[in-house]
Design a protein around this ligand. Structure first.
Ligand code: ADP
Ligand code: ASP
Ligand code: MG
Length: 406
């Protein structure tokens, strides 16, 4: 007997037939003698619609009310899925975040799960009932509904698997695993049988939407056996594992991209101690995350240009915050560009091999793609390029690192 948590994303519960197919998967596990809990997302497109409603009503909306609106999509799917399972003769019950409870902090719109009360669910699973948990939501310290950030049902599933001490957490989605890069953009992308937690964490945080970053962090921390697989076929998926479980490690395992980047350049910034602190301090105070940064000293040594990136949604606020500091810190112009994309190559093999970044620069140069900013860490190299070259860059890099499927 195994205890399994299975999560189904939006496209996997997009209509009644798909919800019935999910119910049949749950029944199959029960018939095989396993205990199973499901975590479900809102039906495809529903969360986007709810977010749009919020933006239509209020530009500077109240984050608590945002959460109460956008969490509602998952409630519908959880109820429908529990009913569909009951229709197959298997006892099932839906659970909202506050009913379990899934306790989170109070960071509305991007809350973190702190603990999950699992006793009641375990008791019911032991009696053959299938809990269907609404993903993406929890309850804050003041009893208000919280949500976990877009894609947060992945994190709900992994946190539940950790709390239930499940043998496995299956993330069912519209692709049959984790690929070397987004298969919707690069047709030659190859499915990986296994990927390390560390690489998956980088892939997710650098833009691969297949798993929410926080879910990978949690899986790594609690040693949850995580698998990404299709909702529609029975093919084996991709296992996320420790490094020692991978026999033949590729130099580069994946390429990710994020369109959620915007570039800001400050010209003629006075070159003296304290300037960076004077610029980035106020941005941090406004909760604006700065990602890539480059600084160039001008020929006369008195001023520098500083270029950095923020998320697209923070661009307007970042520019306004900097304008307020212009006279105090002292700089020339603020130039901003939202039409950029960050492309990253990821692989634990980089730790022990030189020349990986060079191959990236070469491949982009051959296509005439200009690199605007570069940043590196132990297992990744990222470049910022013009957004119009996203597809070309991904395909060229995929070929350059020998990742193309046969
Ligand atoms: P769900 O609604 O099931 O949570 P998502 O849309 O959040 O599904 O995530 C699945 C999508 O992630 C895929 O359809 C695919 O386009 C995208 N994706 C991006 N990078 C990758 C990758 N490296 N491997 C697989 N899928 C990826
Ligand atoms: N429904 C939420 C979203 O669209 C959560 C999820 O699907 O994981 O972001
Ligand atoms: Mg998702």
């Amino acid at each position: 007997m195994a205890r399994i948590v299975k999560k189904f994303g939006g496209t996997s519960v997009a209509d009644i037939e798909k919800i019935q197919a999910v119910a049949r998967r749950a029944k199959a596990e029960v018939d095989a003698g396993n205990q199973v809990a499901l975590v479900v997302s809102a039906m495809a497109g529903v969360t986007n619609q709810l977010v749009a409603y919020v933006h239509d009503i209020s530009r500077l909306y109240d984050a608590r009310e945002y959460d109460s609106v956008v969490a509602s999509g998952e409630q519908v799917t959880a109820g429908l899925t529990a009913m569909a399972i009951q229709e197959l003769g298997v006892p099932s019950r839906s659970w909202l975040g506050w009913q379990i409870s899934v306790h989170t902090d109070d960071a509305h719109g991007k809350a973190r799960i702190e603990s999950i009360d699992s006793d009641e669910l375990i008791r019911r699973m032991e009696q053959g009932e299938v809990p269907v948990v609404a993903g993406f939501q929890g309850i804050g310290s003041n009893s208000r509904i919280t949500t976990l950030g877009r894609g947060g049902s992945d994190t709900s599933a992994v946190a539940l698997a950790a709390a239930l001490k499940a043998d496995r957490c299956d993330i069912h989605t519209d692709v049959d695993g984790v690929y070397t890069t987004d298969p919707r953009i690069v047709a030659k992308a190859r499915k990986l049988d296994k990927i390390t937690y560390e690489e998956m964490l980088e892939m997710a945080s650098l833009g691969a939407k297949v798993l929410q970053t926080r879910s990978v962090e949690l899986a790594m921390k609690h040693n949850v056996r995580l698998q990404v697989l299709s909702s529609f076929t029975d093919e084996p998926g991709t296992l996320v594992v420790n490094e020692d479980e991978i026999v033949e490690q590729e130099l580069v395992s994946g390429i990710a991209y994020s369109r959620d980047e915007a570039k800001i350049t400050l010209t003629r910034v006075s070159d003296k101690p304290g300037v960076a602190a004077g610029l980035f301090g106020p941005l941090a105070d406004a909760s604006i995350n700065v990602d890539m940064i480059v600084q160039n000293v001008s020929a006369d040594g008195k001023t520098t240009d500083i270029t950095f990136t923020v998320t697209k949604s923070d661009l307007e606020r970042a520019v306004a915050t900097l304008e307020e500091r212009q006279s105090e810190v002292g700089f020339g112009d603020i130039l901003s560009d939202p039409n950029v994309v960050k492309v990253s190559v990821i692989g634990v093999g980089m730790r022990s091999h030189a020349g990986i970044a060079q191959r990236m620069f070469q491949a982009l140069a051959e296509k005439g793609i200009n690199i605007q900013v570069i940043s590196t860490s132990e297992i990744k190299v990222s470049v910022l390029i013009s957004e119009e070259y996203t597809e070309l860059a991904l395909r060229s890099l995929h070929t350059a690192y020998g990742l193309d499927a046969e």
